[in-house]
Structures are given as C-alpha cells and as structure tokens.
Design a protein around this ligand. Structure first.
Ligand SMILES: [Zn+2]
Length: 342
C-alpha cells in the first residue's frame, strides 16, 4: 500500500511516499481503508524525534483517521466491513489503576496512534476495535478526520481539567490552531466569553467568525494589557495554552484571582517562567492536560455528530503532498486542520 513515511528523524525533507506492506489484522483489530487523515503538531514532534520515543522505521504518522472498515479481526463485534468510522487515537491498557478509574489518558502505558505506533497517513491502518467509532452519513470523511485529537484535547482541558463555567472569561492563545479552534467553539457552546490571540488581520477575521468575543492581534498589541483593559482589570478565569515558554509570564499576568492556566503543549519551548509571588497572591492554578478519557471522547464526539461543534478544515490535499503539509504546519500557515486523502 501507499503511505507517507520517514526512515529517520529530521526536517520535512525526510517525509516521502513509499510502498509498504499492508498492516495485518490480528485478533481485536480492525483494518480501516483510510479516506482522510489529519496532521497534528504531534506529527512534527515525532518526525523531529523526542527523548524516549523509540519508533519502528519506517514510521507512518497521522493520529486522526477516518475511513471505511475493510476487515475485522477475530473477536470484533458490533460493526463489520463497510462501516464508515473515525478512530480515537488514544491507546490505553485497560487494566492499570488509572484505566480502572476511567482515566485512560493517565494510563501508565498510554500511547497515541501515529506518534508511538504507525498511524493513518496511508491507504490502510490497523487499529484496536475499541478505538473505532461509527460516524453519521452526513459527516464527511474530511470532517471526521479533522475531529478526534483536537476536540478530545479541548474538551478535557476546558471541561474536566479547567472546569470552565458559563459566564467565565477564557483566553485562547495560538487561536488558529486545531485545538484552539475546537476550544473556542466548545467555550461558546458552554456559555463562556472568549478572548483569542492570533497574528495578522486575516486570522483575526476568521477567529472572530468562529465566535470569539474579543480577538487580539499579537502583532499589533500586548495581549495581557488588552485583556486587562477589556475585563476592567479583572483578568480571565482560564488561559488555555500550547504556545508555552514565550507567553507564560504574560498568561499569568492576564489571569484573574483564582485563575487557571491550563497547559496542553509547549510549541515555543518547555521552560515556562512562573512568577511565584503572583501565583500565590492571586491564588493561581497551573493545570496540565493531555488528550482525554474514553468517556470524554464519546461525549464530545456526540456534540460533533449533532452539529453543535463544527470541525475547521484548513486544506484537503492528496496524501502525495504530505511533505508540503509538514512544511505548512511547521510554518504556522494553517487555519484549522490540514487533511490528507490517500
Ligand atoms: Zn492503563
């Protein structure tokens, strides 16, 4: 089968289209004929290499998969060949203390399809049956592929970890990214007021279209000052961030008393500076979050299926353009999800 692979870590130039063997369908597994797969920042990290990440080469990225069930392994029940489906990229053991508590994203052997094992940037992908979720007929494969990773991350981060309430103020940084666009929609659905930070007039306009109440162009003004002014010197209740190091001091300043910094990434660096006096005086909380539990996943997917949340697609390109897609994501040119179709 055709796949976008890399044989070694490096820049976008290591990504190439190759012919590789079709994955085998063992017991409990399902073979998906991939119709669309989306890129995430994870794909960049996996391609560059991360400490402790041991990949089996050639690696196939792509955590977000949508397609048609081609074949099911022994013991798989509930759906069969021909079912349209998307795939939850979370992999958990099901038997550790965290899994038994229903906290699968805290599983001691937690892994992600496309990061730790081969993903969906290929004509076929083999995934556990528990990860396959049938989709309604009116959801396209491209939309379905734009959903799983970013909506589960935004839902857990805002709802379960951040405890965002109706009427609260939320600040979203890097607002054109996939998780951010999902977060803006979820926050509006929950009745929060959204401040969003992005760069340039074009992105400002698109973020506003998504429903953000106050959009700040970081090229034009200092967002922590803008937030301070717009909230009558109260600050925001939650800052939801994956920009990391470059913005942490400003995020802590922009938070209200009893505010929560919810972090799910560190794109600009991992050494975020924390002003300790500000932290105890305003009684701030710094909360980590990643991916979601299986029940949180099902909860947010049903909102997508009911059209209460609408996936944001940047471009749909053929799989052959995988290297160009890495370039586009790395340069931050996208607005929403980059989707590839084999
Ligand atoms: Zn576990």
């Amino acid at each position: 089968m055709k796949a976008a692979v890399f044989w070694q870590h490096g820049g976008p130039e290591v990504v190439e289209i190759a012919d590789v063997p079709r994955p085998q369908v063992g017991p409990g597994l399902v073979l998906i004929a991939v119709r669309a797969a989306a890129l995430n920042h994870l794909d960049l990290w996996a391609r560059r290499g991360l400490p402790g990440l041991q990949l089996e080469f050639p690696h196939i990225g792509g955590s977000d998969i949508a397609g048609v069930v081609e074949e099911v392994g022994d013991g798989v029940a509930g759906f069969g060949p021909g079912t349209r489906a998307l795939v939850n990229p979370s992999l958990w053991c099901g038997s550790c203390d965290w899994c038994l508590k229903g906290e699968e994203s805290l599983c001691t052997s937690y892994k992600i399809i496309g990061e730790h094992i081969r993903g969906g940037l290929a004509e076929f992908a083999a995934v556990p049956a528990a990860n396959v979720l049938p989709i309604p007929d009116d959801l396209s494969f491209e939309e379905a592929a734009a959903v799983p990773l970013v909506y589960q991350t935004a839902w857990r981060g805002l709802v379960s970890r951040g405890r965002l309430q109706a009427g609260e103020y939320l600040l979203v940084t890097g607002a054109s990214g996939g998780v951010s666009t999902a977060a803006i929609q979820i926050a509006k659905h929950l009745g929060a007021t959204v401040f969003a930070v992005t760069a340039g007039p074009e992105k400002v306009a698109r973020v506003r279209e998504l429903g953000a109440d106050h959009v700040i162009d970081r090229l034009e003004s200092d967002f922590s000052k803008e937030v301070w002014k717009a909230t009558d010197k109260q600050g925001v209740d939650i800052a939801f961030d994956s920009v990391g190091e470059a913005v942490w001091p400003d995020l802590l300043r922009a938070l209200a008393r009893d505010g929560r910094l919810v972090t799910y990434g560190a794109t600009t660096g991992a050494a975020g500076q924390v002003e300790i006096r500000l932290t105890f005086w305003k009684q701030l909380q710094i909360i980590g979050t990643t991916m979601s539990s299986a029940s949180e996943f099902n909860e947010v997917m049903s909102l997508v299926f009911e059209k209460k949340l609408k996936p944001v697609i940047d471009v749909v390109w053929p799989l052959e353009d995988a290297r160009e897609a890495h370039h586009r994501l790395e340069a931050g040119q996208q607005f929403g999800k980059i989707v590839l179709t084999p």
